[in-house]
Design a protein around this ligand. Structure first.
Ligand SMILES: [Zn+2]
Length: 344
């Protein structure tokens, strides 16, 4: 099931942007190096540099990790990392920047450069850089990443990588899945800080959800944006309407399992969804979306499993039951007026 889902994620719209996302979403997360490398490469590609020496790469790469260590001391699921210890020591003024960059060049790039393009055990279709670490101590950025970074999408991808990183480190700092708060989410809050027992907006759910939705409306596939000032800034929508909670019909509609990104037209435009029940085929799409999360190494994975069930059969009947309850109460089904080509 898992690898089938991942293949579907690639095959249905296998653009370079989707492959880049797949690296962030489905690659293994044993340490944060991949996120730091992804951010460094995107920012270097943005200024259209092609040949990046390890000296140049080490600067943003180490800096990203140092900054994240300040937010979250746990950056790997393994016990010891000389490189991360050096980043900590730099933060504590115990070593100089020159020393840090030297250590970064020597041990910081172990594995990460070789493993970056591996998803689901295989090299992904597009290469975003060539690794010449051993021969000429540099990497060469490819046209694919230069192109990705040059438009607006580059900014979205950078945001998504950052959101993804924050989610993963939150799950680590909370001791993985069991301490995640499972229900009663705010529209934009995904986790609750277990120590403070209050809602913590660790990142906007928009950025976390957008990786899956590929910057398209969940319902009509129209392009949406997660940038507030853009004309097509999206809504975070409850698939099963929030009204069902207010009227105590359904309990956990605030869970991430029920949140999707929607264009304003679908959510609240003329003939918009408002408090209607999305048509059954859209329910299938939601199920598929939730199964994407579950197939990835993501704290959302654990959350959705907790919220909706341990097996795909249970999760499917959970949605089905909610659908029937919603339908009995709200009567009408809704579909978008016009629907573009399926993007996920
Ligand atoms: Zn729409």
């Amino acid at each position: 099931m898992t690898s089938k889902l991942i293949e579907r994620f690639h095959s249905i719209e296998p653009t370079d942007a989707q492959r880049w996302r797949a690296i962030n979403l489905f690659g293994r997360n044993v340490a944060s190096y991949k996120f730091s490398l992804a951010k460094s490469i995107l920012s270097l590609a943005k200024i259209q540099k092609t040949s990046i020496s390890l000296d140049d790469l080490a600067i943003p790469y180490a800096q990203n990790l140092c900054e994240h260590l300040k937010l979250s001391p746990k950056q790997t699921s393994s016990k010891k990392s000389t490189f991360l210890e050096s980043c900590q020591n730099f933060n504590l003024n115990k070593i100089s920047k020159i020393e840090l960059l030297d250590i970064t060049k020597r041990v910081g790039f172990n594995y990460v450069l070789d493993a970056f393009h591996i998803v689901n055990g295989k090299e992904i279709g597009t290469r975003f850089f060539e690794n010449n670490r051993k021969n000429s101590k540099e990497i060469i950025l490819t046209d694919e990443i230069l192109k990705l970074a040059s438009n607006n999408q580059g900014y979205n991808l950078l945001q998504e990588t950052e959101a993804r990183w924050r989610l993963v480190e939150t799950s680590w700092s909370l001791g993985l899945s069991k301490n995640l708060i499972q229900a009663d989410f705010d529209r934009d809050a995904i986790f609750i800080d277990k120590h403070k027992q209050k809602r913590t907006d660790i990142t906007s759910s928009r950025a976390a959800l957008n990786g899956y939705q590929k910057s398209k409306c969940f319902y009509c596939f129209k392009p949406i944006s997660i940038i507030k000032d853009n004309y097509n800034f999206c809504d975070v929508d409850h698939f099963f309407p929030f009204d069902l909670k207010k009227k105590s019909v359904l309990k956990s509609v605030d869970g991430i399992w029920n949140l999707v990104l929607s264009c304003k037209d679908c959510n609240r435009g003329k003939m918009g969804k408002f408090n209607l029940v999305p048509a059954k085929r859209l329910l299938k799409r939601l199920h598929q979306r939730n199964e994407y999360y579950i197939s990835s190494h993501d704290p959302l994975r654990e959350t959705i499993i907790y919220q909706t069930g341990n097996t795909e059969i249970i999760r499917s009947s959970f949605l089905q039951n909610n659908f029937e309850t919603a339908k009995i109460n709200l009567i009408h089904e809704w579909s978008p007026k016009i629907e573009g080509n399926a993007a996920f």
